[in-house]
Design a protein around this ligand. Structure first.
Ligand code: HSE
Length: 436
């Protein structure tokens, strides 16, 4: 059969991995795809490196638009990242009738609706397995493997950098800033780690999973995002003592009032498998009404794991290359005319449990004042511990775990608690999910 001709935009880590895996596993991949997949054109500023990787088998240019406009190219693989020129290139490729494979979660989470609409009009595939959780085939699982289910919620460790930092903070009892420096030295965290540590990267990914799970448009702008930069090692220690681990989770949940879409540090029971995902690994827990819970675990980044996802998309494109567009798998799992614009629930309306840490004067009546405020706001206590004050110490920490409560109720109670003269610093508030 006629080979599939690929034009590759960007030969960073993932582009390099794509070359390596495509050539090492060429025979197996061709047997699966039913036709050879060959890279015929590459665009990168570093043309020397591109030449070396391609070994004379592809046209090399520093002009990405030349690849997108190349009549010989059937599929454009976009590995540039960001939503600047990458968006122009993807839309141009679609306009030229080319299929697109992309690892670009930022682009899809923010401009996916426009890109899928354009692709649908032109009858081309836009595939994005590598955009979420690197080598874990979570897009395929949610879009196809679980398509019998009403998906109830997804909770994922979908950022390896922050999971590495949290694991180190727990293991070594070190503060966030020290571990971040170490992560940068080891190459886990980038020189500008903002997108990772502030939860933006995870929010891009959970936005994509939310759209796939519930048949809704991408609504990144409505996601609630909190990162780990303000997390204190003391809270990791207290959580541990209470039987919980703290993970940066991307969470999306269907509720009758709307869809929850949020990223924040979360206490989860230490006995859950996902609580034991350590270092830079990723894991995604999907709860469906028929299947129950499924846990998908693996490497969320790196050259070959991410290339594994890119090439799986290329194999999919090769298999449906000659199919009518209406017989292909829909971009967001649901048929394009069946995507429903369900709103994202404001964070104040979200119901979950909470971990509260209060720094208080250690004297009679303090606990009574605090529990009265919680009771007045309809907040039920699940567990409570008080740190034994040190010799001569006049202040202590009280840690309270609550039952389910709406966030705006907790905010109101915290404001009243912080106004008490015996409360000595801002209340630390973390969300807790049982994931049961
Ligand atoms: N920066 C991401 C992470 C990997 O730390 O998991 C790419 O999505």
């Amino acid at each position: 059969m006629k080979p599939i001709n690929v034009g590759l935009l960007g030969i960073g880590t993932v582009g390099g991995g794509t070359f390596t895996v495509l050539s090492r596993n060429e025979a197996e991949i061709t047997r699966r795809a039913g036709r050879p997949i060959r890279i015929v054109a590459v665009a990168d500023k570093n043309t020397e490196l591109a030449n070396r990787l391609a070994g004379g088998k592809a046209r090399i240019t520093d002009d990405a638009f030349a690849v997108v406009n190349d009549p010989e190219v059937d599929v454009v693989v976009e590995l540039i990242g960001g939503y600047g020129v990458a968006k122009e290139l993807v839309l141009k490729a679609v306009e030229n009738g080319k299929h697109v494979v992309t690892a670009n979660k930022a682009l899809l989470a923010t401009h996916g609706n426009e890109i899928f609409a354009a692709a649908q009009k032109k009858g081309v595939v836009v595939a994005f397995e590598a955009a979420v959780a690197g080598g874990i085939p979570i897009i395929k699982a949610v879009r196809e493997g679980l398509s019998a289910n009403r998906i109830q919620w997804i909770a994922g460790i979908i950022n390896g950098t922050t999971n590495f930092i949290l694991s180190e903070m727990r293991d070594k009892g070190l503060p966030f800033a020290d571990v971040l420096k170490e992560a940068q030295r080891l190459g886990y965290a980038e020189a500008d780690p903002t997108f990772d540590i502030e939860g933006v990267d995870a929010a891009h990914k959970i936005t994509i999973l939310s759209a796939l799970a519930f048949g809704i448009p991408m609504q990144f702008e409505s996601a609630h995002i909190e990162g780990i930069s303000k997390l204190e090692a003391d809270d990791i220690k207290y959580a541990e003592q209470l039987g919980y681990r703290i993970k940066l989770l991307g969470i999306t949940k269907w509720t009758p009032a709307g869809v929850e879409l949020r990223v924040h540090p979360t206490l989860i029971p230490a006995r859950r498998l996902i609580a034991n995902v350590e270092g830079a690994m990723n894991a995604v827990l999907v709860q469906g009404d028929a299947v129950g819970a499924t846990l998908h675990y693996g490497k969320g980044a790196g050259a070959e794991p991410t290339a594994s996802a890119v090439i799986a998309d290329l194999v999919d494109v090769a298999r449906v290359f000659d199919a009518d567009h209406e017989h292909r798998v829909p971009y967001l799992a649901f048929q394009p005319d069946a995507v429903v614009n369900t709103p994202i629930l404001p964070i104040g309306e979200v119901e979950t449990s909470y971990y509260l840490r209060l720094r208080v004067e250690d004297k009679p009546g303090v606990l009574a004042d605090i529990t009265r405020i919680l009771a007045d706001n309809g907040i039920s206590i699940d567990a409570m511990v008080q740190r034994e004050p040190g010799e001569g110490e006049e202040q202590t920490d009280i840690i309270i775990l609550t039952h389910l409560v709406r966030e705006k109720g907790v905010d109101a109670a915290i404001a009243k608690i912080e106004a008490l003269p015996v409360v000595k610093r801002k209340v630390i508030r973390l969300r807790l999910e049982n994931l049961g």
